[in-house]
Ligand binder design. Structure first.
Ligand SMILES: NC(=O)c1ccc[n+]([C@@H]2O[C@H](COP(=O)([O-])OP(=O)(O)OC[C@H]3O[C@@H](n4cnc5c(N)ncnc54)[C@H](O)[C@@H]3O)[C@@H](O)[C@H]2O)c1
Length: 335
C-alpha cells in the first residue's frame, strides 16, 4: 500500500492532552498541522491555552477554534481539504462526567465523529484517518489481557458506549466508502501537561496539599497506565505508515497500552514516593461506570507497527510530579 501523505495533517482536540503532544511530534517531523479544538470548559481552559501556547509561533501550525460537531463550520476551515491524514482526538472524555452530562457525549463523540467521517468521505485527498477509541469499550469484560478480538458489547458507561459506537460508525464508512481508518483503544494515558480530571493529577494535587484522596473500590482496582511519549510514538506510527493490507475492509482497531497493569495501591505508593509525602486515604466503594481492571494485549499493534512502550510507572510518575510542581507554581498555586 502507498505511504500516507502526512505533509498536511488535521489534528482534532489539539488543545487537549494527547492532541498537543501529537501536534508537536508532527511539527518536529516537518508536517504542516491544522489544529482544531472547541476549548470547552470540562477542565480549566487556561491549561488548554497553555498547551496551545507551546505550539504557537510554529510557521507550520494553524489553530482554529471550532466545534467538530458543526460540520458546516468544520469543512469551511482553511486548509482542511489539504490534509492527507486526519488524527481525530477531540472528544468529551471522562467516565464519571458522562453520568451527569450525557448530551455533551452525544454531541462531541457521536455527532463529532460522524462529522469527521463525512469530512474525510468528501475530501478529494481521501485522507487516512486515525481516531481515538478507549479501553473503556471492554466494559464488563473480565478476561485479561483485553484483546481486540474480545466481545465489546457490555459498556458500563455512556462514554464507553459512545466510543464503541464510533468504532461501528467507522466500520460502516470503511465498508461503504473504502475510507482507510485506524481506531486506537487508549489505555489510561498520563504525563506532563495531562488531565486534571484523572486520578494521577488529583492524587498528586491532594497529596501535596495534604487533602484526602478518594480511593475507590477500597483500593482494589488495576489500571494499565501508558506514558504519553509511548502513546505518541504509537499514534505517529499508525498515522504515517500504510495500513496492513490483511483485511478487505480498510479499518483496523488496535489496543495501545503499556501491557502492565498496576494495582491502585501501588500507583498511590509511587506518587507518594515522587511527592515525598504520604497520602491521606479515604476508602470508598466502587463508582458507577468504573471497571475493575484494564490490561492491554498489544500483540497486534506491536506486530503491525513495532509499537513497544518503554516507560514504567516508576519512571513516568516522577516526571509528571516534577512538571506538576512547576506548573502549579507558574499558575499561582491554582493549577
Ligand atoms: N487520556 C486518556 O487516558 C484516554 C484514554 C482513553 C481514550 N482517550 C481518548 O483520547 C482522546 C484524547 O484524550 P485526551 O486525554 O487528550 O483528552 P482531552 O480532554 O485533554 O482532549 C480532548 C480535546 O478535545 C476537545 N473537544 C472536545 N469536544 C470537542 C468538540 N465537539 N469539538 C472540538 N473539540 C472538542 C477538548 O476541548 C479537548 O481539548 C479522546 O478522544 C479521549 O476520549 C484518552
Amino acid at each position: 500500500m502507498a505511504d500516507v501523505d502526512s505533509s498536511t495533517v488535521l489534528v482534532t482536540g489539539v488543545a487537549g492532552f494527547i492532541g498537543s503532544y501529537v501536534a508537536r511530534a508532527l511539527l518536529d517531523r516537518g508536517s504542516r498541522v491544522i489544529g482544531v479544538d472547541n476549548l470547552n470548559d470540562y477542565y480549566p481552559v487556561s491549561l488548554k491555552r497553555a498547551r496551545l501556547q507551546r505550539l504557537s509561533g510554529e510557521k507550520n501550525f494553524a489553530f482554529h477554534e471550532c466545534d467538530i460537531a458543526d460540520y458546516d463550520a468544520l469543512r469551511a476551515l482553511p486548509g482542511v481539504g489539504d490534509a492527507g491524514c486526519i488524527i481525530h482526538l477531540a472528544a468529551q472524555a471522562g467516565v464519571r462526567y458522562s453520568l451527569e452530562n450525557p448530551f455533551a457525549y452525544a454531541r462531541s463523540n457521536l455527532l463529532g465523529h460522524l462529522s469527521i467521517l463525512e469530512l474525510a468521505r468528501h475530501s478529494k485527498k481521501r485522507p487516512h484517518l486515525v481516531y481515538a477509541s478507549s479501553s473503556s469499550v471492554y466494559g464488563a469484560n473480565t478476561k485479561t489481557p483485553f484483546a481486540e478480538t474480545d466481545p465489546v458489547n457490555d459498556p458500563v458507561s455512556l462514554y464507553a458506549a459512545t466510543k464503541r459506537s464510533d468504532e461501528l460508525l467507522s466500520e460502516s464508512y470503511a465498508r461503504l466508502y473504502e475510507l482507510k481508518q485506524v481506531g486506537l483503544r487508549f489505555f489510561t494515558v498520563y504525563g506532563a501537561w495531562g488531565r486534571p480530571d484523572m486520578a494521577y493529577w488529583s492524587f498528586t494535587e491532594n497529596i501535596i496539599s495534604g487533602a484526602p484522596i478518594r480511593v475507590f473500590n477500597n483500593g482494589d482496582l488495576k489500571r494499565d497506565f501508558t506514558y504519553i511519549d509511548d502513546i505518541v510514538s504509537g499514534v505517529i506510527a499508525t498515522a504515517t505508515q500504510p495500513m496492513k493490507p490483511d483485511r478487505p475492509v480498510p479499518h483496523r482497531i488496535y489496543n495501545i497500552g503499556n501491557n502492565q497493569p498496576v494495582a491502585l495501591m501501588r500507583f498511590i505508593e509511587i506518587i507518594e514516593q515522587a511527592v515525598g509525602r504520604e497520602a491521606v486515604k479515604k476508602f470508598e466503594p466502587m463508582q458507577a461506570g468504573d471497571v475493575y481492571a484494564t490490561y492491554a494485549d498489544i500483540d497486534a499493534i506491536s506486530a503491525d507497527y513495532g509499537f513497544a512502550p518503554t516507560t514504567p510507572l516508576e519512571a513516568g510518575i516522577p516526571k509528571f510530579v516534577e512538571w506538576y510542581k512547576e506548573y502549579r507554581k507558574s499558575a499561582g498555586g491554582a493549577a
